[in-house]
Each structure stands twice: as C-alpha cells, then as structure tokens.
Ligand binder design. Structure first.
Ligand SMILES: Nc1ncnc2c1ncn2[C@@H]1O[C@H](COP(=O)(O)OP(=O)(O)OP(=O)(O)O)[C@@H](O)[C@H]1O
Ligand SMILES: [Mg+2]
Length: 272
C-alpha cells in the first residue's frame, strides 16, 4: 500500500530526512519516534505535500504522490488528513463548523465564507462527533473545550475528509495522561474499525509500544530502527534517542497507567 523509497529532504545544505525507505502493506498503526530534530515532522509534511522532498518517491498503491501537481496534489491532501499537536482549530468558531472545515478542499470559497453547508454534510459532521463521544459539544465554541476534546474535534475534522491515511504529528504532546489515552484510543479505533492507516509521530516510548503495530525510529534524518513494539528493547531505544547509559525510559514516558482494568475496558470497546 505504502512504499517510501530513498526519500531525502535537504534544508540549506543539511539533510533533515536522509535517504529513508520503508514500506507498509496494510492499514497499520505506525509510530515514528526519535529525539527532537530527528526529521519526524519533516517526513509527515512530505507525505501530505506540505513540504517538497529533495529526492525519492513515496508510492501509495503504486502512484508516486510526490509527483502530483495542482488538483491531483490537493486531492491527495484530502486523502491523507493531518492532525497536529496544537489541534489547529478555529477557536471562536463552533465545533460543528470546525468539523465541516474538513471539506474545505472540496467546497466553493463563497459557500465556505458564508458558512453555508448542505444539510447532509452537517448531519455527517454530527454523526462523527457522536461516534467520538463529543456530540453534545457541537454548538460550543472550540476554545471552550478541554484539550482532549479539542483534539477529538480535530480528529472529527480529519474524518470528515474520509481520508485513507491519518498523519498525526505528536497528537498527545499537549495533553494530560487521561486525555492522551482517550485521543490515542480514538486513533486506534479509527485504525481498527475503518481500516485507515495511521502514522503518528510520538514523543513517548510507552505510547509507541502500546498502540503501534510497527515502530520506526529516526535519528539524524535516518531510520535506525524498524520493527515491532516487542523488538523495541531499552537498548534499542537508547540507540534511537542517542542517549548514554544514564538513559531512563521514564523520561520519555507520559506515565499513562497501563493497568489491567483499563486495558480490558479498552479491548471490550474495540470488540463492541
Ligand atoms: N523549514 C525549515 N527550514 C530549515 N530547517 C528546517 C525546516 N524544517 C525543519 N528543519 C530542520 O530539519 C531538522 C528536522 O526537523 P523536524 O522538525 O523534522 O524534526 P522532528 O523530529 O519533528 O523534531 P521535534 O521532535 O522537535 O518535533 C531540524 O534540524 C530542523 O531544524
Ligand atoms: Mg516534530
């Protein structure tokens, strides 16, 4: 499904992403980890064509999405929705309008300017909010919601695009552990139930281990680890983060309590 081939991005003579290659067969939950400056965001931005690559190909079902121009490039951008650490909602606008903005790429400018949306779109936005457990927030201004609720609105906006791939750049870095867990559970549900691939840059090891099928470790623009969470030992993690023997996993931890009860409840929800 996804084949990243020798992708490089150079900024003023220095490679932020340096000749990376990997492929993903099905709609997996892929986590990218690595210290600050490793090139994680640059890679996601190339995936959804916010930044151009200096070299390489990113093939999705055999088509090189780095070569798309104009209308095709915009169509691709709506197929791979982006979620950011800071949510990027319009704070003074109500929640349901924020979700409807996921359709911006497909709407005439004037209709958007006057906030005129077809009834069917509004109903779909409400349905998505309901699915994510925040239907009652629909009429409120986005700024009135908690961080975790705002990130779920951002996920709802992404779903409004009906994307094949969801790219999340540190989606829980601004959230407390409880909200972080809700947001990660939500992304996992979308991945499992809808079969949408999720690629998430994550700043903590425990989150990567808990939610991902596949973890990619980046260091100085290169891939230094590509494997399953089970293969991500402390020694490997130390290598990815370029830390010495004083490396402490807790320093990369959000300390989400991974107790058996929460895991069981989560599993039950996924099976429901
Ligand atoms: N627009 C830009 N112009 C110049 N240099 C850039 C630009 N964007 C990123 N870089 C550089 O590329 C490198 C990788 O940055 P990137 O933001 O991809 O790292 P990251 O892994 O996402 O880090 P963080 O964990 O801090 O978000 C850094 O050295 C950064 O300074
Ligand atoms: Mg980043």
């Amino acid at each position: 499904m996804l084949a990243v081939q020798n992708v490089t991005r150079v900024f003023s003579g220095r490679a932020a992403v340096d000749d990376i290659s990997f492929s993903v067969d099905g709609p997996a939950f892929v986590g990218i980890i690595g210290r600050s400056g490793a090139g994680k965001s640059t890679f996601l931005r190339m995936m959804n064509r916010l930044t151009d690559a200096s070299a390489g190909r990113i093939c999705v079902d055999g088509r090189d999405i780095l070569a798309l121009r104009g209308r095709d490039r915009r169509a691709w951008q709506s197929q791979c929705a982006m979620i950011f650490q800071q949510f990027n909602l319009v704070p003074r606008m109500d929640v349901v309008s924020n979700v409807l903005h996921g359709l911006l790429n497909r709407r005439p400018v004037l209709a958007t300017l006057f906030n005129l949306w077809p009834r069917a779109d509004i109903l779909r936005a409400l349905e998505i909010l309901d699915r994510l457990g925040i239907a009652e927030q629909a009429p409120k201004r986005a700024e009135a919601l908690s961080g975790g609720q705002q990130q779920r609105v951002a996920i709802a906006r992404a779903l409004m695009q009906d994307p094949r791939i969801i790219l999340a750049d540190e989606p829980i870095a601004s959230l407390d552990p409880m909200n972080a867990q809700i947001v990660m559970d939500t992304l996992k549900r979308i991945n499992v139930e809808d079969g949408r691939m999720v690629i998430a840059n994550l700043h903590t090891l425990d989150t990567a281990r808990r939610y991902c099928d596949r973890v990619i470790g980046m260091r100085d623009g290169r891939i230094v680890f590509d494997g399953t969470p089970a293969q991500l030992s402390t020694g490997v993690a130390r290598d990815i983060y370029g830390a010495d023997h004083s490396f402490n996993e807790a320093a990369t931890s959000t300390a989400i309590p991974a107790d058996a009860t929460a895991d069981a409840a989560y599993a039950a929800r996924l099976m429901a």
